[in-house]
Ligand binder design. Structure first.
Ligand SMILES: [Zn+2]
Length: 264
């Protein structure tokens, strides 16, 4: 491998692991309405603060064999898993987009999607404190980039503000309609998440929603068949929408071509 590539990848992985560690803080604290800056990292079981060497992403968890140094109680495997997933997603995005502004936007999208997916899977909620700022900041960044002559959004399909707006309306609008037709299934958080996805995916958001519905339905059928859950058990939809958006980010264009070839 080229030396420059090894260097760039090392920087991305180091950045991603540190960011994944911060996502863990957001995932734990935001739904509990705690500050994400104060106090510093501590064991959620005994409250003891963590020294820097017990707070190194990925490594510390394995070093400590998944247990708190102070109280010995287990530390969730979710911490290293989120850190590792963040690194894998950002490296994949780099190989997809290379040294390009689209890579920065793709990374932003993936970080929000991962956070939302884990929070929703755990607590069946997509917090406004995560999705609303994301919905505001991303268009501002996109316009700022556009003013600087570097328009890069949406990152899938054709670039342009109109396409961003189309994705926003398609994603948010479709889930809004579903929520009105079948109350109870779709939450307000899901609608905002789909609108967020649309900003990045343009009209390809339809593919993301399709994949999300497909995976969500499969998971619903499996959980009813094997885990004796009833239809009434609330199945969080955010993780499947997020997964659909991630797959569309990486393979949306190819999936669309394949589908067109399939029906023609
Ligand atoms: Zn502890």
């Amino acid at each position: 491998m080229e030396l420059a590539l090894i260097f760039i990848l090392s920087v991305i992985i180091a950045f991603a692991l540190a960011t994944g560690s911060f996502l863990n803080v957001i995932i734990y604290r935001v739904p509990r309405k705690e500050s994400i800056v104060w106090p510093g990292s501590h064991c959620p079981k005994c409250g003891e603060g963590l020294s820097w060497y017990d707070n190194i992403p990925l490594l510390s968890w394995f070093w400590l064999r998944g247990r708190c140094r102070h109280c010995g109680r287990p530390i969730s495997w979710q911490y290293p898993l989120v850190e590792l997933t963040t690194a894998l997603l950002l490296v994949a995005a780099f190989f997809k987009f290379g040294v390009d502004l689209k890579f920065i936007f793709a990374a932003l999208m993936l970080l929000v999607l991962l956070t939302v997916a884990v929070v929703d899977a755990q607590r069946q909620i997509i917090p406004n404190r995560i999705i609303l700022p994301s919905l505001v900041v991303v268009p501002i960044l996109a316009v700022a980039a556009g003013l600087a002559g570097r328009q890069a959004m949406p990152i899938v399909g054709s670039v342009g503000y109109l396409e961003m707006a189309i994705g926003f309306v398609l994603g948010g609008g479709l889930l809004l309609i579903i929520a009105m037709v079948r109350p109870g299934g779709m939450g307000g958080g899901d609608i905002k998440l789909a609108a967020f996805m649309g900003i990045f995916l343009g009209r390809y958001v339809l593919i993301a929603l399709f994949i999300g519905f497909l995976l969500g339905s499969l998971a619903g059928i499996i959980s009813m068949a094997f885990f004796h859950k009833s239809r009434k058990d609330l199945l969080p939809f955010g993780p499947y929408l997020s997964l659909g958006a991630m797959l569309t980010l990486f393979f949306g264009y190819e999936l669309f071509q394949w589908y067109i070839g399939f029906i023609l």
